[in-house]
Write a new protein. Structure first.
Lengths: 205, 441, 260
């Protein structure tokens, strides 16, 4: 029973939502919308679980004085500040304190971390994009054409470079991306069908 | 390769513990075997081996008990049942094949077990599969046995010597980060930073940007909207990708407001709503008469990802009904254009799959540069009427709108960064070439 | 054709949706057939995937060094379009967890979507229970970092920097942030395998990983690592459906070019 019940629930709800997607039926629509509403509620509950996990991990780190425990204190203080700030008058993200933290702390920090990408791209490009064989030669060639061709000054280097870049992006790159997307779709289909019919049961023993 | 005596998994030379079951590995199985070319010992099957039928050894990839069973409904369908206990033999990918003697010992079918697997040597005449045991362990027997006790005692002593050695974890050979590599990395970072900063300082005005067809189509689609049309904008990006997408958003807001289009904003990401607010505040200040609630609205964060997109499509009227903008909007069919601002591939996909495909609504997208390969197929197939890609797309749109902004002024630093990275790639290949030639020479 | 369209309209299903339903049913039929074949003993030939070969070595190396193995399940979660990607990561986690528990290895699992928390913890817990060592399970081995992908990447970079990580497996749904984690690991000398399905992320996977799993290769974990019959069967079914799609594309191009 311990194994049959979760599987039965998962299969039944999965099939109902699937039927709702394919068929336009009043009762199916209503059932589908209800189930989807419940998904949103479960996702919100999962967020609470996640917060408790963060709390437990960092509290343990602080209590046991593990390496980096001061950062854990900073994290918990910030999390508590944003949480309480949003609860004041139940304004949520529009609360002045939350907005200020978002505008002057979170946004610049996220933009900064993201901008590290360009530096890491440079070092990864130097280390990894090397023409060892025909395939990697084509990879490096395409990479250089698109990198330089995408720059607005490309046509001053070679007139045809923007057109070549467009061709590389529009033909081989799109074809490759389409092939990957078709393969990924097949893989997703297989995973979904295995979950639907009960071959994969990550939710039960 | 070293083969584990307990589970049969192949391990790299030099390993002390089995990768699969964690048991201690002997130095080499070959030490226990006679040298190649040596004449085989006379075949004398010992009494204790006669008629011995062992279990099949566990092989890598073998399904763990209880881990993979047919669902009950499938079993009950009455299809010809699989042999009870037939396991699918997993094969470790990339392995070049197990040793023939191990394969022979692992022979598992009933047919194979009927014939003797070994025709000579110590195991001559043995039927059935044997459990893989360390060959130099001597089982305790009372009474006479038909094999040489001296060879067994020697192997047992060797085994005891190995087991009595203290366990010392072998340090994995690390790839040292040499001083030279660190200095090189920092040099690259400094050069790149210098190129970008230099580009910012030198950028005096807007560059004469070439226009791509995708941007022109985007512009034409917005330009074709009449005054009073309704556009739905979904801000599905975060502060990380905001650097690329916010300039697009400002340019799009500006164009829509000049056309007198009503703008409904929402976001399927929590940060998107705040980013949309900031962009709106900046652009609305340049368009007097554009009123919140009547001409534009921000519905905020809609939870649920794909589910959220469908909710919006199906429940738009209910969401807009409290506002004057909602008058005359019965549902998605009254929306003239959907603009998806996507920081990642799945944000774009969920709108195309959940809204554009079933409802056939006109849709354009502004995406981060790395989403471009995934977005292009949708544009080329016609599902997206136009596409802006990254900061370059924003700059092209500012140019075609004839309203230069931050994107155009960032083109010189971006060009500098692109060229520097391309130079590093060429440098890396040059270094590789020199190393290869140096190695061959 | 008219009859079919009228029938579909009467049933309340769009023609495109009907086509999708047909593909789904065809795949389901393929899957049932191939699954049965595999359970009866047929072994489909699998091309070697170096990423999964290295994954099998991970635990051995980590055990010998006495350090930590990091597993990332992706910056996405369960319940959306990236469910399949996350399931691929869970497959690798299941395999690594079994081996880690058997060898007493310290495992750290990082997640970005909290809906994955109970599933990842359950996978670990079941591994400990199967090995008869339930008291060894620590729910905080699974760490929820942050829902934002950049914040998640920053958290993982912190794990790679501060904790003694010898090897890292990153299979799941990733975006740009993959390069941040991958390059940090590469700079720290951590042995890494990674995989993602998004075309835009694949260059980062290729550039920063020791062995890369590209695109749909990440979904093959169940077949390569655990040889589950249903997974091996679905690999075969996928190949059949892929062949049918290729044929349809070629026929379509030929018809459009030559006839229409």
């Amino acid at each position: 029973m311990k194994r049959v019940l979760p599987t039965a629930i998962a299969m039944a709800t999965g099939f109902l939502v699937l039927l709702d997607f394919f068929f336009d039926n009043l009762y199916l629509n209503a059932l589908g919308v209800t189930l989807i509403n419940w998904v949103v509620i479960i996702a919100a509950c999962a967020l609470i679980l996640g917060f408790l996990n963060v709390l437990a991990f960092h509290l343990r780190k602080i209590i046991q004085r593990q390496e980096g425990w001061l950062y854990s204190i900073a994290l918990l203080v910030m999390a508590g500040t944003v949480l309480l700030g949003g609860l004041i008058n139940l304004q949520g993200y529009r609360a002045p304190l939350v907005k200020a933290i978002f505008d002057y702390v979170q946004t610049p920090l996220q933009a900064t971390i993201f901008s590290l990408l360009v530096f890491y791209m440079a070092s990864a490009g130097y280390r990894a994009f090397r023409a060892r064989n025909l395939e990697t030669f084509l990879l490096v060639g395409a990479c250089l054409v698109v990198l330089v061709g995408q720059a607005p000054l490309a046509r001053y280097i070679w007139e045809q470079l923007p057109a070549l870049k467009d061709w590389v992006l529009g033909v081989p790159a799109t074809a490759g991306a389409r092939g990957i997307v078709i393969g990924v779709a097949l893989g997703s289909l297989a995973t979904g069908v295995r979950l639907l019919v009960g071959f994969d049961r990550p939710y039960s023993e | 390769m070293l083969y584990c005596p307990h589970c049969g998994t192949s391990n790299r030379e030099g390993s002390k513990f089995c990768n699969n079951c964690g048991e201690l590995l002997p130095p080499s199985f070959e030490e226990g075997l006679p040298p190649e070319g040596a004449p085989p010992e006379p075949a004398q099957e010992p009494e204790w081996l006669q008629g011995l039928e062992g279990e099949a050894p566990w092989e890598p990839g073998e399904v763990l008990e209880g881990a993979e069973e047919e669902p009950e409904w499938l079993r009950e369908l009455g299809a010809p049942a699989a042999e009870a206990g037939v396991d699918v033999k997993g094969e470790v990918a990339g392995e070049e094949g197990t040793a023939p003697w191990l394969e022979a010992l692992a022979g598992l079918t009933e047919e194979a077990s009927l014939e003797p697997l070994e025709k000579e040597g110590l195991l001559a005449g043995v039927k059935g599969a044997l459990k893989v045991e360390p060959i130099f362990s001597t089982p305790h027997r009372v009474g006479e046995v038909a094999f040489s006790p001296l060879a067994g005692a020697d192997q047992a002593a060797r085994f005891e010597g190995i087991v009595s050695q203290p366990l010392a974890p072998v340090a994995v050979e690390e790839r040292p980060r040499t001083r030279r590599k660190e200095v090189l990395s920092w040099l690259f970072y400094l050069i790149l930073a210098g190129a970008v900063v230099g580009g910012i300082l030198l950028a005096g005005g807007s560059i004469n940007m070439p226009l791509t067809q995708a941007t022109v189509d985007f512009y034409k689609t917005v330009e074709s909207l009449e005054e009073g049309s309704v556009a739905l904008l979904s801000h599905d990006y975060d502060p990380g990708t905001a650097a690329e997408i916010t300039p697009q958003v400002r340019a799009i807001f500006d164009h829509l407001m000049r056309r007198g289009v009503k703008i409904v904003n929402l976001s399927l990401t929590p940060e998107g709503q705040a980013l949309a607010d900031r962009a709106l505040e900046d652009v609305v200040s340049e368009h007097e008469g554009y009123l919140l609630g009547r001409d534009y609205i921000n519905l905020g964060y809609v939870a649920g990802n794909e589910v959220g997109a469908r909710f919006v499509a199906e429940g738009l009227r209910a969401r807009l009904s409290p506002y004057p903008l909602g008058e005359g909007v019965g549902g998605l069919e009254d929306v003239d254009l959907v603009v998806v601002l996507a920081g990642s591939q799945e944000h774009l996909r969920r709108w195309v799959e959940q809204v554009q495909a079933p409802y056939k609504v006109a849709m354009v997208a502004g995406v981060s540069g790395q989403v471009d390969p995934a977005a292009r197929p949708y544009y080329r197939s016609g599902q997206l009427k136009g596409l802006l890609s990254g900061l370059v797309g924003a700059a092209e749109y500012e140019r075609v709108n004839q309203h230069p902004g931050i994107a155009l002024s960032m083109m010189l630093p971006q060009a500098a960064a692109h060229l520097v990275i391309a130079l590093f790639i060429l440098l890396g290949n040059f270094a590789y070439l020199v190393e290869s030639l140096g190695g061959r020479g | 054709m008219e009859v079919i369209l009228n029938l579909l309209e009467a049933s309340g299903i769009e023609p495109l949706a009907a086509l999708m339903l047909v593909v789904l049913l065809v795949f389901f039929a393929f899957l049932l057939f191939t699954d049965r074949r595999v359970r009866l003993g047929f072994r489909p030939p699998l091309r070697p995937l170096p990423g999964f070969t290295l994954l099998n070595d991970f635990v051995g190396q980590a055990v010998e060094s006495g350090r930590t193995l990091h597993v990332s399940l992706g910056a996405k979660g369960i319940g959306g379009a990236s469910t399949a990607d996350t399931m691929a990561g869970l497959m690798a986690l299941e395999r690594l967890a079994e081996q880690a528990v058997a060898t007493g290895l310290r495992l750290v699992v990082t997640i970005s979507d909290p809906s994955l928390l109970p599933i990842a913890q359950d996978t670990l817990r079941r591994s400990y229970e199967r090995r008869g060592y339930p008291q060894g399970y620590d729910p905080l081995q699974v760490r929820y970092i942050a829902p934002d992908t950049i914040a998640y990447a920053a958290g993982v970079m912190g794990v790679l920097e501060r904790e003694d990580v010898v090897a890292s497996a990153m299979i799941g749904g990733f975006g740009d942030e993959f390069l941040l984690m991958g390059e940090k690991g590469a700079q720290k000398g951590v042995q890494q395998i990674g995989g993602a399905s998004s075309p835009g992320t694949l260059p980062f996977v290729y550039a920063s990983m020791d062995e890369a799993l590209l695109g749909e290769e990440i979904y093959a974990g169940g077949g390569y690592l655990s040889s589950k019959p249903s997974h091996l069967g679905s690999l075969m079914a996928q190949d059949w459906l892929r062949s049918a799609i290729i044929l349809a594309i070629i026929l379509g191009v030929a018809i459009r070019t030559l006839i229409l």
